[in-house]
Design a protein around this ligand. Structure first.
Ligand SMILES: Cc1cc2nc3c(=O)[nH]c(=O)nc-3n(C[C@H](O)[C@H](O)[C@H](O)COP(=O)(O)OP(=O)(O)OC[C@H]3O[C@@H](n4cnc5c(N)ncnc54)[C@H](O)[C@@H]3O)c2cc1C
Ligand SMILES: NC(=O)c1ccc[n+]([C@@H]2O[C@H](COP(=O)([O-])OP(=O)(O)OC[C@H]3O[C@@H](n4cnc5c(N)ncnc54)[C@H](OP(=O)(O)O)[C@@H]3O)[C@@H](O)[C@H]2O)c1
Length: 450
């Protein structure tokens, strides 16, 4: 056993990686942690997923500051694992590595026509409106009637962002290119499609209620779409949130419609079976009516409807990317693991761990990544106590800086984040806004003093 601190590399500075650093800091073992992040700024989907009109959730960043302010934790931003840093480097420099690289892409939806022009993945639209540097700066918002497939919280975010006006969103942190794009948005009808019923919707009650808070959005549900089978009723009795969501949907269904200019229709029991096209572009969506089968699942009825919409956003879940040299289960879209210990051919790959969405799939809230991190870190510490970690040649803290500098990598630091943060706040100040987000990678690097 060495007298130096336990050296841990964490790859991915989203909430999962930061909570893993926090869990390590709270252990009795002296630790020295380096967090690697491929974006110039940390915070993962809190910065590049959470909707701009959710400042309270974006504010979780302030709580995470407390973790990253600790001197035992260093941030190396703009470092892409697999490109700038390899597994063999990590083995030489650290006792262990935790992968917390999350998810940024869309899951596939295998229906005919899904590749037509004006058919989009929700994740791409989210990355655009949240100012991700690696996505296009403009977004086509020419269509008046738009479909969103899926009834999860991402579908709600996308529907809300499509239905709100640019001016409603201006007080948020959206960058100027996004404001300019949203100002031109022509959408007046957004149709959201769930293939099952109200008791199977994945919405959170608060987000579902919030749809109604916009003075510009009318939320409409067809009373014919309210139905429950035995399992749906049991599920409502078992889970308060399921019951709350079903009740809110019922409220939307029974009330009279007002005359707010934009409408969000929540449709249930409509399974998308084809995106209809003409001249290579979306001109409609065909759905097949479903009905509950008693188990909370649905069966097809054979009755189809063609919806008059001219753009489609699929919000059917996110997908993680594999990492070079790290085992990956392509079917489940996760790094195979047992309680966070990464498995290769069924055995633990010594020194290698995982946490967050890449560990258990792209479902769950920010807070849920805390429990993941605790579990993973407990395994790591147990293995360390048993002497089963990497045997690094150069565990000195200076070794990684030397390596990145030798490779000419312009990395950002935690101090750099404070500089970027101050820069973004200064951009917002003259306009009475809390911040305006910087989109360009070069500007982020310059403002961070990389
Ligand atoms: C659109 C959307 C909105 C959401 N809104 C909310 C919300 O309002 N409230 C809520 O509680 N939850 C929300 N969530 C869920 C929440 O974002 C996730 O639970 C959480 O972000 C998962 O954390 P993570 O750290 O595992 O992954 P991520 O947040 O994805 O972080 C992973 C990090 O790893 C980095 N990375 C990836 N590859 C590499 C590499 N090769 N090298 C170095 N770094 C790498 C990424 O850049 C990223 O910073 C939302 C999710 C989405 C998709
Ligand atoms: N504000 C917030 O708190 C917030 C915001 C955004 C995201 N998040 C969280 O982030 C996580 C990911 O959210 P998400 O919306 O991407 O995923 P999700 O909650 O899993 O929802 C995915 C939706 O897509 C549907 N779907 C999947 N495959 C389909 C198909 N082939 N055809 C039709 N519909 C299909 C699912 O329906 P079935 O159930 O029938 O499969 C489900 O309604 C969730 O935990 C979510 O709560 C939270």
């Amino acid at each position: 056993m060495t007298s130096r601190p336990l050296r841990v590399a964490i790859v991915g500075a989203g909430p999962a990686g930061i909570y893993a650093a926090d869990a390590l800091m709270k252990s009795e073992t002296p630790v020295s942690i380096d967090l690697f992040e491929k974006m110039p700024a940390p915070f993962g989907l809190i910065r590049y997923g959470v909707a701009p009109d959710h400042p309270r959730i974006k504010g979780i960043i302030d709580a995470l500051h407390k973790v990253l302010d600790k001197p035992e934790i260093r941030l190396f931003g703009h470092v892409d694992f697999g490109v700038d840093l390899k597994l063999e480097d990590v083995e030489k420099l650290y006792d262990a590595v935790i992968f917390s690289t999350g998810a940024i892409a869309d899951r596939e939806l295998k229906v005919p026509g899904i590749d037509l022009e004006r058919s989009y993945g929700a994740a791409e639209f989210v990355a655009w409106y949240d100012g991700h540097p690696d996505f296009p700066r403009t977004w086509p918002l020419e269509e008046e009637k738009v479909a969103v497939i899926g009834v999860g919280n991402v579908a709600l975010d996308v529907a809300r962002m499509l239905a709100k006006t640019g001016d409603e969103l201006l007080p948020t942190e959206i960058p100027d290119n996004v404001y300019q794009g949203l100002k031109q948005n022509k959408a007046v009808e957004v149709h959201v499609f769930g293939r099952r019923g109200p008791a199977q919707a994945k919405f959170s009650p608060m987000e579902l209620k919030e749809l109604d808070h916009s003075p510009n959005i009318e939320v409409i549900v067809d009373p014919e779409d309210i139905d429950y089978d035995e399992e749906s009723i049991a599920e409502r009795n078992r889970h308060k949130m399921t019951d709350q969501v079903a009740r809110i949907i019922e409220q939307y269904a029974i009330r009279d419609h007002g005359d707010r200019p934009h409408r969000i229709y929540l449709h249930f029991f409509e399974n998308p079976i084809e995106v209809l096209g003409e001249d290579g572009k979306v001109v409609g969506l065909r759905t097949e009516r479903t009905e509950l089968d008693g188990t909370g699942n649905v069966r097809a009825t054979g009755k189809t409807t063609d919806w008059d919409i001219t753009a489609v956003y699929r919000a059917v879940g996110y997908l993680s990317d594999d990492l070079p040299e790290i085992p990956f289960d392509t079917r489940a879209g996760v790094i195979p693991n047992a309680a966070g210990r990464v498995l290769k051919d069924g055995s633990h790959l010594t020194g290698v761990y995982t946490t967050g969405w890449i560990k258990r799939g792209p479902v769950g809230l920010i807070g849920h990544t805390k429990g993941d991190a605790n579990e993973t870190v407990a395994c790591l510490l147990e293995d360390h106590a048993a002497g089963s970690t990497f045997k690094p040649e150069t565990p000195e803290e200076s070794a990684i800086e030397k390596l990145l500098e030798e490779r000419g990598i312009r990395y950002t630091t935690w101090d750099g984040w404070y500089r970027l943060d101050a820069h973004e706040r200064a951009l917002g100040e003259p306009h009475g806004r809390n911040r305006i987000k910087v989109v360009e990678r070069e500007e982020m690097l310059d403002a961070s003093g990389a």
